[in-house]
Structures are given as C-alpha cells and as structure tokens.
Design a protein around this ligand. Structure first.
Ligand code: EPZ
Length: 433
C-alpha cells in the first residue's frame, strides 16, 4: 500500500508555488457545464477530486479536453436534458458532486445526483441546499441513494440560509443564475471560493452581485456563453505550507497566493511568535530558532480561522509552549488525528468540540494513518517536525487535495518519499540515515 515515509527533525526552508484552489475549481468545473459553448479553465489543480469531477462531467456527455495538467476545456453543449443522472463509484466519494445538482438544475431544470460523500469529518447535512432549490420552485426528493431535483420552471426567491454553508451558497447561486427573476441569498458564506465561482458565472454572462458578503443578489439570465477563466490560488494548500514552516522552525515563502485570503492564518502564526512578511502575491513565514507560544483558535466561516487548517495548526500548537485550546465549531468529527499525534508524544485531550493541547518540545517519529485529507497533511507536517522516521498511510486521502505534495516538500529540503512496499521503505531508511 502506498504511504509517505519521512525522516524529520530539521527546519524546512525555501519557496513553494501554490496551485489553484481545489474547492473553487470543483464549483467552477461544475458550473462550466451550464454553458453550451466551450469554457477554458486555467490554474486547475491536478488532484483526485478535480479529476473525479471531470470524469463525472464526461459521464453525462460533457466534452472534456485536457489541454495540460492545469488547463481544461469543457463544453456542456452535448449534455442532453435526458442525461442528467450523475452516479458512479467515484462521484459518490466526493462532496462536491452536489455542485452538479445546482448546475444541471439551473440549466436543464432537472438533475439526479448520487448523495455526496467526502471526508469523514462529521455529519454533513444538505438541508440548506434543498431549502434553496425548493425556494426556487424545484421539487427535491431523496431515495435509493440519489437526490432528484426537478422543476417546470425556476423562479427567483428570497432565501435565508439557516447555517452559513459554502456548498449550499454555491449550489443555490448556480441554480438561481439561470432562474427567472431575482434571487437574494441572505446569510451566505463568504469564502474566497464563493467569490471565485460567482466571478466565473459572471464571466459566462450571469448577473451576480455581492459574492464575498453575506447577501448575494442574483438576476437570472436565460443562458450562458463560453468563457476563459483562471482559478484563484488555494488558500488551504498555502496555509498548510505556512504551518510547515512553523512546525519545523523553518523559513518558507508561499508564492502565487492572495495574502488577504491567508490573513487568519498569518495572524495566528504571528501571534504565537513567527515573523510574517507579506508581499503582493507571496507570504513568508520565518520561524527559525523561535520558541513559539500557546494560543487559542476557534474555527469559523471565512474570514474566521478555517476548519480546513485546524489539524495543521494543532500540529504547531502541540509544539508550542504552554496550553493551547482549539474549538471546532464547523464539523464535529475533526479531531480524529489526535490519536495519531499521540503516537508521536503529543499531549492533546479532546472534550466535545474542544481540544486542550499541552505543548511539548519535540515529537518522536511514528507510524500513522491519515483519517481525512487535511488531517493527513497535518500528520505529514508532524512527521517532518519529528525526530527520526515516520510513516503516514491512507495517502490517497491527502492526494484528493494536494498536488505533488511530496515533491513540493522535497524541494523545501524534506526527506520524504512515496513508497509502496516495505522493501522501498527500508531502502528509503538506508538512503537517508
Ligand atoms: C466545504 O464543505 C469544503 N468542501 C470543505 O473542505 C470545508 O471544510 C467546508 O466547506 C467548510 O469551509 C468543498 O468545498 C468541496 P459547508 P461543505 O456546507 O460545503 C453545516 C476540504 O478539506 N451544513 O460550508 O460541505 C455543516 O454540517 C473540505 O477541502 C448544514 O447544516 O461545508 C457544517 O457544520 C473538507 N446544512 C457547516 O454547515 C447544509 O445543508 C458548514 O458546511 C449544509 C451545511
């Protein structure tokens, strides 16, 4: 079985170029099928989840032409109204499969999509998506593992989201963009990828205003035209490398980022003792020879501290002086990495949605299993900060969202390798003693 093996314990330094945002690209790729003309999408990350989305688009008759690893041309013209069933063993595993529901419902007024899977980080209801589609006039039914949404016609509505949801905001925004009349989404999520999907929809001819604030106003249009669009940089990939600098007491510059999107992460790292330098499209985290101190974080919708950075930040907090506290307010099952970190000596106690972390001075290498995407990345960071050898299994979860992870780490000086046998692991250990 494939796993990452690494030898940690030394500062990692250098520059890393951040790719396109996975969670933005999943929305953008789904939205691209709404036009009957080609859409050229650039800066798409070449990761498992985006490739599954592209397969699903092909599965319903969309034309997908891969120009290169990060550029794809999508044409939704050949999708027929009678072929709006999205289901295969892969699409069931990704959360963002539900974006095809909003996209196809908007365009064809009918969509049947397998109930979404995704990382096992807690119960992940879709009631707000259903509430939004229903308000637009669709009939939504769930049965036999599928969601069916259908409407004679979609008409604009005033929708108040009871919880701030990234997925529901994007989904309802897509369907409403091709509905008749005016839609207002209140209590909308404000994440950078909401803005990115709205910008892409607008580039195809939609009329969406206010994305990035909590009130989004949409004037429905009849149809979309083709577009060329570049996805924003991945805020979470960037944040992951920023915490790597802190955990290994290194000095890393993340390039091709939008520093504003990273403010919550930069502010926390600065608060605990790292020096942050912000440039136009780069952020440098300098933690060399620093003693980091304790802090508290509470995960919140953007612009709060992102839940997708909580495990990586925990790895840093467990190596900082004093007692730190994390409150996870978005997903209830996002502390499953704690038992794995404990194998390295971390002292973390979880009570409900709170983790109480007593800082230690160093980790000792251990064999670990990634419980989900971000936690998996966090365990790799811990392994690279730890003394001695570590291994992380279940890396296909990490590959859902990180492109060339081990190569980027190697470029920063990490001793890490992807192996798929004990023999290869032994070879790695002999090589890096
Ligand atoms: C998106 O998930 C991301 N996934 C997640 O990233 C991320 O953790 C999450 O947003 C929060 O930022 C994608 O973009 C594909 P939500 P999503 O709807 O849209 C509750 C990663 O690691 N809720 O914003 O599924 C829900 O239970 C992944 O890249 C409802 O109650 O998240 C949660 O508590 C993991 N009813 C909160 O809202 C609903 O109908 C936020 O969820 C929808 C959500």
């Amino acid at each position: 079985m494939e796993r990452f093996v690494m030898k940690g314990g030394r500062p990692l330094n250098g520059e890393v170029v951040i790719g396109g945002a996975k969670n933005a690209s999943l929305g953008v790729l789904a939205a691209a099928v709404m036009a009957d003309e080609p859409c050229l999408i650039e800066n798409m990350p070449d990761v498992r989840d985006t490739n599954v989305m592209l397969q699903a688009i092909e599965g319903i008759g969309g034309k997908v032409e891969r120009i290169d690893a990060h550029t794809v041309k999508i044409n939704g013209a050949a999708i027929s109204k009678d072929n709006t069933v999205v289901d295969d063993e892969f699409i069931r595993k990704i959360r963002a499969s539900y974006y095809l529901l909003g996209a196809l419902l908007g365009k064809y007024k009918k969509a049947i999509v397998a109930l979404p899977g995704g990382c096992d980080i807690g119960s992940r209801p879709i009631d707000q998506h259903i509430k939004g589609f229903t308000a637009l006039g669709a009939k939504v039914e769930i049965g036999h593992g599928m969601i069916t949404a259908e409407a004679e016609r979609l008409t604009g509505a005033h929708i108040y989201m009871d919880v701030v949801s990234v997925g529901a905001t994007i989904n309802v925004m897509m369907a409403a963009a091709l509905a008749e009349g005016r839609t207002i989404i209140e209590n909308a999520a404000k994440e950078p990828h909401i803005v990115d999907v709205a910008n892409f929809l607008n580039s195809m001819g939609a009329n969406i205003k206010g994305a990035g604030t909590d009130v989004i106003r949409i004037r429905g249009v009849e149809k979309f035209h083709g577009s060329t669009y570049a996805i924003i940089p991945d805020q979470i990939e960037a944040g992951t490398f920023m915490t790597l600098a802190a955990a290994t007491r290194g000095d890393i510059t993340v390039r091709n980022v939008i520093p504003k999107h990273l403010e919550a992460i930069s502010a926390k790292l600065n608060e605990i003792g790292c020096t942050i330098h912000e440039y136009d499209d780069a952020v440098r985290v300098d933690a060399r020879e620093r003693t980091l101190k304790n802090t508290q974080i509470k995960t919140l919708p953007y612009p709060g501290f992102p839940t997708d950075m909580q495990p990586q930040m925990a790895v840093v907090m467990a190596l900082s002086e004093g007692t730190s506290i994390i409150t996870e307010s978005i997903f209830e099952n996002r502390f499953r990495y704690v038992d794995e970190l404990a194998r390295m000596g971390a002292k973390i106690q979880v009570e409900g949605n709170t983790a109480i972390i007593s800082g230690i001075s160093k980790y000792t290498g251990a064999d670990m299993v990634a419980p989900d995407l971000r936690a998996g990345a966090a365990l790799v960071i811990a392994g690279l900060a730890a003394e001695g050898y570590s291994a992380v299994e279940n890396i296909e979860l990490i590959q859902r969202g990180y492109e060339h992870f081990e190569e980027k780490l190697q470029d920063l000086g990490a001793s890490i390798s992807l192996v798929d046998s004990d023999k290869e692991e032994q070879k790695f250990k002999l090589r890096v003693v």
